[in-house]
Design a protein around this ligand. Structure first.
Ligand SMILES: Nc1nc2c(ncn2[C@@H]2O[C@H](COP(=O)(O)OP(=O)(O)OP(=O)(O)O)[C@@H](O)[C@H]2O)c(=O)[nH]1
Length: 637
């Protein structure tokens, strides 16, 4: 089952959760000594899903003495229930490992980066702490779309890349062919490519030596004021917020006064530890290190923030990290409003651990008080809600997800209100009156697809159908091609990947990266149930898709909403004009049945009451909509 799910999420890999302990390292002395920055190596393992990151991490932990060779459970790193159920890894931390090479002890920080674009933010913040990556490529499957994505990311961040072929033990492995692909696609010198079997451990010690030889130590200012940026945060019941921090300059000690870049309050460092991956308390950490820091229960701090010495914070010389770009927004509401405080607390705690979400208050006539949450993609959204339920027992209703748009506004009043002429729309209901909109902008992505050549036609048709604009393609080798398209994000987030997999028998892989906002003819389409607007079902659609979307949405709602006591009219409307309509017939309840042979005035009274009841339901749109409708209606095609 797990394997099956893994394939379903073939480009939905993620991050690794390194928070288990098998055996403490016997090297605690090393952490008490002053660390020489020249003997620190900060690196990540990056790869397409299933190319062997977790397996290689296991081997590295074995070689450095963290786990015993041949430990029974493989890939012990995935701990969250959601990870086990989905067969994907979702959460990243780090492992600080000691390794002796040429009689010198090195501190190797294995900083995990997630692969899937939904977690791109995590990758970006992780790589800022790395100087190099091990780029794994399955010697049997060859380069896949995500290999291209992680390679580009490493290049953009000027990281040293150690190209490594994995699974060379497999009988079908073809290292020579994949080396040629690496040369063809990335211009990687074939002689620099290492070959390993993470499963058997072949070539792994040599790989570790290459990490030391090829990846430079961090270029940091050992002297000067303490400055660190936060890679990850999580909540500890007793110690409050704990953070994983990469130290850019200076040093930090337990008891030191520090400040968050976002806050004027002075905090004291109370907890300092190396994660090996088990915590190993230390008294001091220096620039170049990745350490766990805690400032006590009220110590605060969030991912992307910086932790600074009090003096540096007060000098005003620090600039912030770039803000996260959210790809998908959805409303989240407590299933039961009496649980609002509990769900609120759960969201706060989870958002602390999942830095990539943005949370703002929201309210809906149908669903009550809730939150509008920004995610990096649909998988991210699903994982977040699943974790809410599993880890915090918080049951929430999710509204239909939508991508953010931008509009250029006109009219003195609006311009004064927003103090800018281009505003970001994260909820279709925020759209100003069309008369006040000068131009609409839609988010686009650069999609990379690697496919066997026989599917080029089918893939191109799919992309064009999704309003994609083709870019020049290039050969990976004589059997595989890399296609690139600029695609509207709205056409990609919902079911693009599933469709691509089905038309290519699972052989094509897909990845995408942000391509910014571009002008686009958009309109807001509303759904009326018996004349009442259902806020949660409003969508922004491309003008060319209006009639199709109107029909599709009303038909799907008809199939999803169960029959009610009253007839339900479902209408898709733009600016007062109805583009599609469906009707769900009412159950007919014979309220006079009990009055067989009774008095006629009594019978009339009951019929009148029933008619009034129906009217009332219409006027308040008291229609029971299954909660999954709000997400499924946009999801399933
Ligand atoms: N034969 C062989 N199988 C391997 C090797 N390395 C990994 N595998 C197998 O490949 C599959 C995927 O390995 P993982 O380590 O989970 O891959 P991953 O890249 O971490 O995958 P995600 O955690 O889902 O991102 C597992 O069944 C491993 O046992 C290898 O060197 N040889």
């Amino acid at each position: 089952m797990v394997r099956l799910v893994k394939h379903l999420f073939a480009v939905n890999p993620t991050k690794i959760y390194y928070r288990y302990v098998i055996r403490r390292q016997s090297s605690s002395d090393a952490s008490k000594k002053e660390i020489d920055v020249r003997r620190i190596r900060n690196f990540s393992i990056v790869a397409h899903v299933d190319h062997g990151k977790s397996t290689l991490a296991d081997r590295l932990l074995e070689i450095t003495g963290v786990i015993k060779p041949g430990a029974e459970r493989a890939q012990v790193l995935d701990q969250l229930q959601v990870e086990r159920e989905r067969g994907i890894t979702v959460k990243a931390v780090t492992a600080s490992l000691n390794y002796t090479y040429n009689n010198e002890t090195y501190l190797l920080n294995l900083i995990d980066t997630p692969g899937h674009v939904d977690f791109a933010n995590e990758v970006v913040r992780s790589v800022t702490a790395c100087q190099g990556v091990i780029m794994l490529v399955d010697a049997n499957e060859g380069i896949q779309a995500q290999t291209v994505a992680v390679h580009n990311l490493a290049k953009r961040n000027n990281l040293v890349i150690i190209p490594t072929l994995n699974k060379v033990d497999l009988p079908r492995a073809n290292p020579d062919k994949v080396k040629k692909q690496l040369k063809q696609v990335f211009n990687i010198d074939e002689n620099s490519v290492l070959s390993i079997s993470a499963k058997k451990g072949w070539g792994v010690p040599e790989l570790l030596q290459s990490v030391i030889e090829r990846i430079p130590p961090p270029a940091v200012e050992s002297e000067g004021h303490f400055r660190a940026h936060i890679i990850d945060t999580w909540h500890d019941k007793y110690r409050g917020v704990l953070c994983l921090a990469y130290i850019h300059s200076g040093r930090v000690q337990v008891g030191q006064a520090v400040k968050w870049s976002s806050d004027s309050k002075v905090n004291t460092v109370r907890h300092l530890a190396l994660l090996r991956p088990d915590e190993e308390a230390i008294e001091e950490a220096v620039a170049g290190q990745v350490v766990m820091v805690g400032c006590g229960p009220k110590g605060g701090g969030g991912v992307g923030e910086q932790l600074l010495s009090k003096e540096l914070a007060e000098s005003g010389a620090v600039t912030g990290m770039p803000p996260v770009k959210h790809m998908v927004y959805a409303g989240i509401f407590p299933a039961d409003q009496s649980q609002h405080a509990m769900v609120s607390d759960a969201i706060r705690k989870l958002a602390l651990n999942d830095s990539a979400v943005s949370v703002s208050p929201d309210s809906s006539p149908a669903l009550g008080q809730g939150w509008r949450i920004g995610f990096l993609g649909l998988l991210h959204l699903e994982v977040f809600t699943q974790r809410l339920l599993q880890e915090h027992k918080a049951e929430a209703i999710l509204t239909a997800p939508s991508v953010p748009y931008k509009v250029k506004i006109k009219g003195a009043k609006l311009l004064k209100q927003y103090r800018t002429d281009v505003i970001l729309i994260t909820n279709p209901l925020q759209l100003p009156d069309p008369n006040n909109i000068e131009e609409y902008y839609e988010p686009f992505v650069l999609g990379t697809i690697i496919t066997p050549v026989e599917f080029i036609g089918a893939v191109t048709t799919l992309c064009i159908d999704r309003r994609g604009a083709p870019l020049p393609s290039s050969a990976v080798d004589d059997q595989m091609t890399m296609l690139q398209f600029v695609l509207p994000l709205a056409e990609v987030v919902v079911d693009f990947h599933d469709t691509l997999k089905s038309i290519t028998s699972g052989f094509a892989s897909f990845d995408y990266q942000d391509n910014g906002f571009h002008p686009s003819p958009l309109v807001r389409m509303d759904i009326l149930l018996n004349g009442s607007l259902v806020d949660e079902l409003s969508t922004i659609v491309h003008a060319s898709r209006l009639e199709y979307n109107a029909r599709r949405l009303t038909e799907k709602l008809k199939a999803m909403i169960p029959r009610q006591m009253v007839q339900v009219a479902i209408q898709a409307v733009v600016g007062g004009k109805v583009y599609a309509r469906e009707t769900i017939k009412a159950y007919r309840k014979d309220v006079t049945a009990k009055l067989y042979g009774g008095d006629v005035t009594r019978r009339k009274k009951l019929l009148k009451q029933q008619a009034e009841g129906k009217k009332k339901m219409r006027s308040v749109a008291n229609i029971k909509i299954p909660r999954d409708t709000f997400i499924d209606v946009l999801k399933k095609q």
